[in-house]
Design a protein around this ligand. Structure first.
Ligand SMILES: Cc1cc2nc3c(=O)[nH]c(=O)nc-3n(C[C@H](O)[C@H](O)[C@H](O)COP(=O)(O)OP(=O)(O)OC[C@H]3O[C@@H](n4cnc5c(N)ncnc54)[C@H](O)[C@@H]3O)c2cc1C
Length: 366
């Protein structure tokens, strides 16, 4: 394991920027991690950032005065089986997209198909409880193995102990209080055997519907592979190709508002889509009653559409042509340019709605 100093890291996160870090190390094994935490560089560098595939990270300055620790550990292992499920231990550095393809298409195991084609590594999936098309990481999570960096002791958290919520978890909360003293080392997933597949097509949004995508393809009784193919095709049509255009996907979390606030917003934005928050799933808003005391998740993307943000450019930064919540880099190498547009979007949204949006992406340093 090498520790590079004054190292370029622009290629390690998806925005296509010129950024360097004081120190950079790739961790491929436990001995690598041990050597790293015992190094002088580690001891003398209090700011540290654990990086997966960089699909949810923006370094906001051209020099990160800290240590970037890239998790590159590999391994997929069958742990045990019961009547309905098989349990797989996956190392944090495995690629999420390949894992889903492997489990759904090669092994015919259910649970990951709606989470197809989300860029990043396995170790990041629990951090924000990745979710798409009515499924979330927590639905397949059996446990998460965590390694404390100070002691190099590992422990397992069962799914119920991980505090999973909408784009959040106990791990993200610890990140938010800047306690970055742990690495997610592996996750154990619980995947359904063929007789126990449960297909989830309930996803409904103004923008897209998994059910209509399958109907167009003439699929009446979908298999998990049909769902997988439908999701991949929707995502390829809707989202930019991140290997060509710098992006982190959705920039902001959809905000939660009480029913009385929602009513006000609906007078301003009559086609605004809103969702219940008890189950983090999209449903047809026209079938939902609004109660003043309840919270609803609203589609920030729709408000940005109405504010003229879809496909809008500010210099070399702008939103994707099909999705106003997806910010893209069209040529700048300077993180400040991205940051300025993020602030502009936050300000615009706040002036229109009174709500300050929370970034979904990790902005480092925050
Ligand atoms: C085009 C596009 C579409 C997307 N669509 C979705 C979507 O539908 N749903 C969704 O939920 N997300 C989506 N995302 C966001 C992103 O793909 C996920 O958040 C993904 O899990 C990020 O993985 P990563 O390894 O690249 O994360 P990174 O950006 O490397 O890291 C993300 C966070 O995890 C931490 N971290 C990473 N690895 C570890 C580890 N081993 N131990 C401890 N902490 C760690 C980092 O410190 C950081 O806080 C999308 C992104 C893009 C670019």
């Amino acid at each position: 394991m090498n520790i590079d100093s004054n190292a370029p890291i622009g290629h390690l996160f998806l925005w296509g920027l010129n950024v360097k870090a004081k120190h950079l190390a790739h961790i491929e094994s436990l001995p690598d991690l041990k050597a790293l935490v015992q190094s002088d560089e580690y001891a003398s560098t209090p700011h540290r950032y654990v990086l997966g595939g960089g699909a949810n990270t923006l370094f906001t300055t051209s020099y990160f005065d800290g240590m970037v620790m890239v998790v590159d550990t590999k391994g997929i292992e069958l742990q045990k089986e019961d009547e309905k499920y098989s349990y797989w231990k996956i190392m944090a550095g495995e690629d999420w997209i390949s894992l889903v393809e492997h489990m759904v298409c090669q092994n015919n195991l259910g649970g990951l198909e709606n989470l197809a084609y989300i860029p990043g590594k396995v170790g990041s999936a629990p951090i924000q409880n990745i979710a798409a098309y009515g499924q979330s990481f927590e639905n397949v999570c059996e446990s998460v193995e965590v390694l404390e960096l100070d002691t190099l002791q590992s422990f397992n958290l069962q799914c119920a102990e991980c505090g999973f919520d909408y784009r959040s978890s106990i791990f993200k909360q610890r990140h938010m209080i800047k306690d970055r003293n742990f690495v997610i080392w592996s996750v154990t997933l619980k995947l359904a055997k063929p007789e126990f597949h449960k297909v989830e097509t309930g996803y409904f949004s103004n923008y897209e519907s998994l059910r209509s995508e399958l109907a167009v393809k003439g699929v009446v009784k979908p298999t998990i592979q049909d769902i997988y193919n439908g999701v991949v095709s929707l995502r390829k049509n809707k989202l930019p190709d991140w290997t060509r255009v710098g992006t982190n996907g959705s920039l902001f979390m959809n905000p939660m508002v009480p029913g009385n606030k929602l009513r006000n917003l609906l007078t301003q934005f009559p086609r605004l889509q809103y969702y219940p928050t008890e189950k983090m799933q999209y449903v047809d808003a026209s079938k939902l009653d609004i109660h003043d005391e309840k919270l609803y998740k609203i589609a920030a993307g729709h408000v940005f559409d109405e504010l003229g943000w879809k496909g809008k450019r500010v210099g070399q930064v702008g939103t994707w042509k099909n999705h106003a919540l997806v910010l893209c880099n069209y040529g700048t190498k300077n993180p400040t340019d991205i940051l300025q547009v993020i602030r502009l979007m936050q300000d615009d949204f706040e002036s229109a709605t009174g709500i300050r949006l929370e970034p979904e992406i990790n902005m480092i340093p925050s």
